[in-house]
Design a protein around this ligand. Structure first.
Ligand code: FE
Length: 224
């Protein structure tokens, strides 16, 4: 099963990816991690990418795509993989699809988590961290895990916020790229949706991201 995953920040994409990884024993291939790995290992592609990153420039697709392909050809990906974080625009989607086909790594399934933009932002800004345990989920905008007043709903511990989660400008910037269905990330998802419609080799799955984690997982598993 070769899966490509789309979903805005705040949609629970990372959580669902981790669940799939555990359930089907698929490596969760995340584009940011691939950059970091290539740079830390000092690969030729990593060195080229670092030169762009150090200048504050975007790493060109000519470097990113070969890095991703290299990762998808490693031993642990032989039985399938779950790719996340790339492509982010339509052009990258076209090039990725071309490269995957050429390398014999055909995509089987594309998953898109649907979540209203305002809701996605609230979910990020509503996250609260329990000072006693990171695994005590609290979110003031999600009924199922709403804190108990201003205390952790699990252990009654104090809650704090993460500064990244409260950076509204940064969230808006990331969401502007994601929700741009003309040229942004949604445009790349729709490229695959059209491919699925026209060629039938790819299965395109949409998931309602509004319910709780378990419901989203159940919908995903039932549609795979
Ligand atoms: Fe707690």
């Amino acid at each position: 099963m070769n899966i490509l995953f789309f979903g805005p920040n705040g949609s629970g994409k990372g959580t669902q990816g981790a669940i799939l990884k555990g359930k089907y024993n698929l490596p969760h291939v995340e584009s940011g991690a691939i950059f970091r790995e290539n740079i830390s290992k000092g690969t030729s592609l990593g060195a080229q990418a670092k030169a762009y990153i150090d200048k504050g420039d975007l790493v060109p697709d000519e470097i990113t795509i070969p890095m991703i392909l290299d990762r998808l050809q490693q031993e642990d990906c032989k039985k399938g993989w779950l790719l996340d974080g790339f492509p982010r625009n339509r052009n990258q989607a076209v090039k990725l699809q071309e490269s995957l086909t050429k390398a014999g790594l055909a995509l089987n399934i594309v998953v898109e988590i649907l979540l209203d933009r305002e809701l996605a932002k609230n979910r990020i800004m509503g996250r609260r961290l329990c000072v006693n345990d990171n695994n005590h989920p609290n979110n003031i905008y999600i009924d199922a895990i709403k804190p108990n007043g201003d205390k952790c709903r699990v252990c009654d511990g104090d809650l704090k916020t993460r500064s990244d989660d409260q950076d509204e400008d940064a969230i808006n910037k990331r969401h502007a790229i994601y929700y741009d269905s003309e040229t942004g990330t949604l445009a790349s998802a729709y490229y695959f949706r059209d491919l699925a419609k026209n060629e039938g080799k790819i299965k395109y799955i949409t998931l309602d991201g509004t319910p709780g984690v378990k419901d989203v997982t159940n919908e995903l598993v039932s549609k795979l």
